[in-house]
Design a protein around this ligand. Sequence first.
Ligand code: ADP
Ligand code: MG
Length: 255
Amino acid sequence: MDRETMVAAEGVRKRFGRTEVLKGIDLKVRAGEVCCVLGPSGSGKSTFLRCVNHLEKINGGRLWVNGRLVGYRHRGDRLYEMREHEIAAQRREIGMVFQRFNLFPHMTALENVIEGPVQVKREPVERARRHGLELLDRVGLADRADAYPGHLSGGQQQRVAIARSLAMRPELMLFDEPTSALDPELVGEVLEVMRDLARDGMTMIVVTHEIGFAREVADHLVFMDGGVVVEEGDPTAVLDSPRQERTRAFLSKVL
Ligand code: ADP
Ligand code: MG
């Protein structure tokens, strides 16, 4: 795998019991690229992100993230399954933001942001705080560092969740419908933070139903259905002149 490729999936398969949810996903995401993933509910989008983030183990195919085969390591020319602590180290290179923000309710915004760096990475508290405040500033919440999640709006909580992921200095950010749980008037502020991250060169895979965002920000658009990538390419091309009937049918419902 070349250095420009951040994620490469080749024939990735995943089943739960007898149900095959991913039926051979082929996908490449280059470093610095924003890849938006669209597709109907149940098409396997979240499962794919969870495989990239080591939350699910694949049943077939190969998956590379940041130059390494997920879940395996080389020794000489042999492959070994990774141990838990090795998996944990690989996962630290990846940030993930979910539909639900899952902040610790008994911790302030800043405490939520520095928890990972201090507890997992053993960063000195002062350094973590400085970086945490920078990140809160970056997501427009410098003045809410001491607020508890219960006193923040959904959009603000999601921005804290993004800052918390960034605090681990990830190489890759995964977003799984980050605005789907928000009231409509709060969606824009979260998308604005994501747009800013994209401009800054962060590699991102974003599962979203926000077609406008995908059109404007994505370098690469992927349409998934039934556990496969049905169509992909330049966002404008896929959105304005989809080649596949399934893509057309989906877009006619959401546009
Ligand atoms: P999407 O994110 O595109 O809506 P998902 O990846 O969440 O789709 O789910 C794809 C399919 O896999 C769905 O039918 C879902 O019910 C099933 N699925 C997801 N996770 C599990 C699981 N842990 N156990 C069993 N089935 C699952
Ligand atoms: Mg999903």
